[in-house]
Design a protein around this ligand. Structure first.
Ligand code: PLP
Length: 362
C-alpha cells in the first residue's frame, strides 16, 4: 500500500503504520459529542497537559481547529492580524470571513514570522469607523513562509506584546512538534503566550486524520461550541483519537530524521544546474526551491518529475515545495534528487505544466 513513486508532495500523504493500525483496532470508544469517548478524553487530557493548558477539544482537521480558535476569540466585525503567508488567511477557503465575520489583516513577514516592529502601529483605534483588532495568529512551523521554527525568544516577545495590547493569541501549530524538534524547545514553552493552539495529527505525526484545539477552559468551551456549529462534533471518534495517542507516544522524536532528510535533499539539489536552493534555509521537513525561469516554470518541473517517479508540488510560479515525512527514506530522498536532476536535464519548458501544487499559481 505504498505509492509506486516517491511521494514528497506533502507530509499529509503518510499511511497509518502497522502499530498505529493496531492502536486503532483496539481503541475504546464512546460518544465523543456527549463527552463520553474515553480515548478522545484521554487524548484531550494528554495534549492539554503537554502544553500546560487547561483543556483541549479534538477536531476533524487543522482548518477546522484553526477556525474554531478564530471563532472562540472573535466576534463578527473583528479583525485578526497574521503574516501575509499565513494558512488561516490564505488556505482555509475564506473561513474567518465566512464562519466568524472576521477580516484578516495580512502583514509583511520574514519567512512567515512577525516581530514586534511589524505589529506596532497596526492596531485599530476604538472608533465606529474601524473594525476591532482582536486576535494575533502565529504559525509554527511556518508553511508557505518556508518551514521555519520560530525562535523561542521571538514567540515570547510577540506573545507578550499582543497580550499587553489587549489582543488574544492563537497559534496555528499544524507542525508544532516539527518546530519543537527543530527549535529545541518544548511544546509548553513554545505555546506559553498563546491563548489557543491548533495541532494537526495528520501531518508529520502520521495519523489518517484529526487535529486538536488547546487552551483555557473558557476558550475551549467556545471552541467546542464552534466545532458543533461547523459540523465537527463526532461520535465514536476514539477510533481516530487512538491513532493520535499512538503518534504522540511514538512519532515525535523521529521527526529529527525527517529534518535531516530534508537537509540532505536540499544539499543534493545544490548540485543540480538550474535549481536554486539554500540548504541553510531548511530547518524542518519542508524544502522550498526554485527553477531558473529560463528553463521552465514550477508546474512544468512538477509534471516532468511526476513522469520520472517523484511527486512534489508547485508553490509559486517558479517555486516548488517538497516534504519529508515518515514514509520517505533517506534512500528515496537521494533518488528524488536524481529525478530532479534528470527532469531538468531532459528539459521541461515545452510541457503543459498541468501538475498542481498545494499552493500553485502566483
Ligand atoms: C495543513 C495545515 C493546516 C491544516 O490544513 P488541513 O487542510 O485542514 O489539514 C493548517 N495550517 C497549516 C500551516 C498547515 O500546513
Amino acid at each position: 500500500m505504498t505509492d509506486p513513486f516517491v511521494n514528497m508532495y506533502s507530509d499529509t500523504v503518510t499511511r497509518p503504520s502497522a502499530g498505529m493500525r493496531q492502536a486503532i483496532a483496539e481503541a475504546e470508544c464512546g460518544d465523543d459529542m456527549s463527552g463520553s469517548d474515553p480515548t478522545v478524553n484521554r487524548l484531550e487530557a494528554m495534549v492539554a497537559e503537554l502544553l500546560d493548558k487547561e483543556a483541549a477539544v479534538f477536531a476533524c482537521s487543522g482548518t477546522q481547529s484553526n477556525q474554531m480558535g478564530v471563532r472562540a476569540h472573535c466576534r463578527s466585525g473583528d479583525e485578526l492580524l497574521i503574516a501575509d503567508t499565513g494558512h488561516i488567511a490564505n488556505f482555509e477557503a475564506g473561513g474567518p470571513a465566512i464562519l466568524s465575520g472576521v477580516t484578516c489583516r495580512l502583514l509583511p513577514s520574514h519567512n512567515g514570522m512577525l516581530d514586534v516592529d511589524d505589529l506596532e502601529g497596526k492596531l485599530r483605534a476604538e472608533n465606529q469607523h474601524l473594525c476591532q483588532s482582536r486576535l494575533l495568529c502565529v504559525e509554527n512551523t511556518t508553511n508557505a513562509g518556508g518551514g521555519r521554527p520560530w525562535p523561542l525568544e521571538q514567540l515570547d516577545r510577540v506573545g507578550q506584546w499582543a497580550h499587553a495590547n489587549g489582543l488574544k493569541t492563537h497559534m496555528d501549530g499544524a507542525r508544532l512538534f516539527n518546530a519543537c524538534v527543530a527549535g529545541g524547545y518544548s511544546a509548553a514553552e513554545a505555546t506559553r503566550h498563546c491563548d489557543t493552539v491548533s495541532i494537526c495529527f495528520s501531518k508529520g505525526l502520521g495519523c489518517p486524520m484529526g487535529s486538536i484545539l488547546v487552551g483555557s477552559e473558557e476558550d475551549i468551551y467556545w471552541g467546542r461550541r464552534a466545532r458543533k456549529l461547523f459540523g465537527g462534533a463526532l461520535r465514536q471518534s476514539g477510533i481516530v483519537a487512538a491513532a493520535a495517542v499512538y503518534a504522540l507516544e511514538n512519532n515525535i522524536e523521529r521527526m529529527a530524521d525527517d529534518h535531516a532528510n530534508a537537509r540532505a535533499f536540499a544539499e543534493g539539489l545544490v548540485g543540480v544546474d538550474g535549481i536554486l536552493v539554500n540548504p541553510e534555509d531548511v530547518e524542518s521537513n519542508l524544502v522550498f526551491f526554485e527553477i531558473d525561469p529560463e528553463l521552465g516554470d514550477a508546474t512544468q518541473l512538477a509534471e516532468r518529475a511526476m513522469e520520472n517517479g517523484l511527486k512534489i508540488g508547485a508553490s509559486g510560479s517558479h517555486r516548488l515545495r517538497a516534504c519529508t515525512h515518515l514514509d520517505v527514506s533517506r534512500e528515496q530522498v537521494l533518488e528524488a534528487v536524481e529525478i530532479i536532476g534528470r527532469s531538468v536535464a531532459e528539459g521541461v519548458g515545452h510541457l503543459s505544466g498541468s501538475a498542481t501544487g498545494p499552493y500553485a499559481r502566483g
